[in-house]
Design a protein around this ligand. Sequence first.
Ligand code: SAH
Length: 513
Amino acid sequence: TGRVYLVGAGPGDPGLLTLKARDCLAKAEVVVYDYLANPVFLDFAREGAERVYVGKKGGCHTRSQEEITRLLVDLALEGRTVTRLKGGDPFVFGRGGEEAEALAEAGISFEVVPGVTSAVAVPAYAGIPLTHRDLTATVAFVTGHEDPTKETSSIAWDRLATGVGTLVFLMGVGNLPLIAERLMAHGRSGDTPAAVIRRGTTPAQRTVAGPLKDIARLVQDAGLKPPAIIVVGEVVSLRGTLNWFENRPLFGRRIVVTRAREQASGFLARLAELGAECIQFPTIQVVPPETWEPLDAAIREVGAYAWLLFTSVNGVRFFFERLAAQEKDARVLAGVRVGAIGPATAEALEGRGVRPDLVPGEYRAEAVVEALGRENMAGVRVLLPRAERAREVLPRELEKMGASVDVVPAYRTVKPDRDVTRIRSLLEQGAIDVITFTSSSTVTNFAEMFAGEEGLLREWMRRTRVACIGPVTARTAEEQGFSVDVMPSRYTIEALTDAVIRRLAGAPEPGDS
Ligand code: SAH
């Protein structure tokens, strides 16, 4: 028979998945997962692994618990390796105990991989330590699911109310008024600090805090819906000084990144670290050129060039890929001077053992021209491996200076075939804080993805902010009828991120403005 791993997925933040959980996902033939498990975890499953969603959102179950348990048993009996992925920890109000019992009964071997439970992690992300030397020495995890008016409660409310310092209720939002009432009826002060945290550890985290006697009304007024954790106890007051997660500069901000997927990771990581909810919507995709022939030919005689100029990281990447394909390495560049348009391109070169001779102070084609203008370029051979379609400024100006320029396509950018439904609806609702464009083609492709809706798009774009990496991109955006709100003075991703932060820090929510 197969084997079943009962795995905790943590509370939602992908970084809180354990290494062991990731291994279990990677080795599973079938992944059986819940509503609360972050769907990005499925990316850790191997290609071809079967993915079975078994639901469970509030009261609405895609399958009953009995069906889930039977499914696990049946899959294992078929000899399959199964990872059963559950939100938080599998043995904390997750019915993981029942699933394990059924497996044990059927004689199926299983392992339990504990997860970071929401009961601990969610308060932590709300700035609430569950214990504290000065405030409390005890903590209890309680189901809020049980109807507190039930005659024979399995919860000893009288002892819980005053016998335990910190109380953490899971699944309790619907019963919050009754929970608060019960605790007060059994002697807990109505002034005890309380907090309700929804979708904790995710960019959508929301917290409502107040004294126990008011918390139900505050939550109702705020329209806070499940899933949420309720914390009652003096420790909640520490949130005033410890609210690190929600206080990050971009927390609660939704930012669309149109950059190519291959290049977006650094940008995304930085924005996410600052608390933003990033939506990846690549409007360009980097692919090889129609033919390698011109680049291959140029590489064969690269020693004959005086200058090799790179205008992008992609140019560097594909140049070195083709170099390797000819079984050569950076030594062929020994006598060639190398230029990079900006620091990221320079870094890509350094990563391949080449220190560029030229990195202009300003990151545009014009600045390269200016820097080279100080040299005598007459008759000098220049190789420019770059995108198939690109601005003509650089080769044109170099030629004016007398240089002989060979422009060879090293890659090409295409418009991916993408579903725009989600972005369209967010744009329409004004629910996006910033859309970032990092090149002219990200702008034109973005606009083309809304072909036939140009007027509407222009209207929607007024409900968000447009951030462009530099003046060329900004001009393209303006040509599309978008007004540009953010543009850094240095044309780098880092500067763009800083400019976005400055623009958003303390700025009103979109729609207010
Ligand atoms: N086994 C899970 C709990 C499952 S019960 C764990 O250890 O976390 C489901 C309840 O968990 C929800 O009703 C809610 O109270 C809580 N919960 C899970 N994830 C949460 C999150 N990200 N934010 C707030 N509450 C969460």
